[in-house]
Design a protein around this ligand. Sequence first.
Ligand code: KIV
Ligand code: ZN
Length: 385
Amino acid sequence: MSRIKIFDTTLRDGEQSPGVNLNQLEKMEIAKQLERFGIDRMEAGFPASSQGDFEAVKAIADNIKGTSVTGLARTIKSDIDTAWEALKNSEEPRLHLFLATSPIHMTYKLKQTPEQVIQTSVDMVSYAREKFPQVQWSAEDATRSDWDFLAKIIEQVIDAGATVINLPDTVGYTTPAEYGKLFRYIKETVPNIDRVDLSCHCHDDLGMAVANSIAAVENGATQVEGTINGIGERAGNAALEEIGVAMKIRSDYYPYETGLKLDEIKRSSDLVAKLTGMYVQPNKAVVGRNAFAHESGIHQDGVLKNAQTYEIITPEMVGLNSNTLFLGKHSGRHAFKDKVKEFGIELSDEKLKEAFKQFKQLTDHKREVTDDDIYTILMEIKTDT
Ligand code: KIV
Ligand code: ZN
């Protein structure tokens, strides 16, 4: 089994979803849950994009220890310097640099020749390596780039010190067969490619982000990028929970493993949905409300006789059971504590006591206390100084 590294970008590409704007506290709650989920690398934000993002990345880099924290930067010195200030206290400072390599981006957006794009990338990777021990370089719009040009620039950025090479399908244009071939080509053509991690990063414009990511892994990718619930720019990114479960369920076919703790999926999905306001469609694979619901008589009959007739994933595998807890006026302190844990919120004993008191008061007036009610109580108490 080869171990595939999981790179989560919920807090950066995911946060680029239209209408999503997470504050520092919310980003930190998600970061802690990503750590519990067993993510190897998390992209906490884009430090040079705003003061708020800088502070959130810094807070995450200072506090998260079990997962490597990275920040995004353009190939310009001031972005790299700002990212360093945000990330320098993390356990293993990691930077993510990107520059477009497709003719359309180079001509119209960057207004740079291919030679200039190579030079800028090489210079900025070397500059970044003066500080960062880990530098990822991404060929933005790789799937609409010339493959020979990609091989040439990748060879040079590896020589300049890049430790991870990422080939994003920025506009969700590729197909599994084509993306797989691109990874195979880069693996076979670029000298020293085995010294670095080769990463895939897929968008879902044609609904193929997860399939494309798995095709990349089958052809040499050692890192997979994506987000919780597949949120992200336009149609979103590859959904990490789907990739983790697919690799586990089809381990007979895929000789790969991840460090993901699959029973943290439901909790991660719920937290991200709640904090971003991007609710999951009912029929979404793995985390949708209907993913484990059986409606037709024939299916219900089959499931009652043997769940495996129509269920390839058990609800327990993705942590669903721990989430069916209903809290009302008869619920005790333990159940309440579990619910707080489910949200990924940490409270001092004193604040927890106060939250429980307010919850009990609410149950006197409201027959059904929803997760939203509890979440509001918790966040008010947490932010109360
Ligand atoms: O989709 C993309 O190309 C990106 C880059 C910044 C890596 O998100
Ligand atoms: Zn992206």
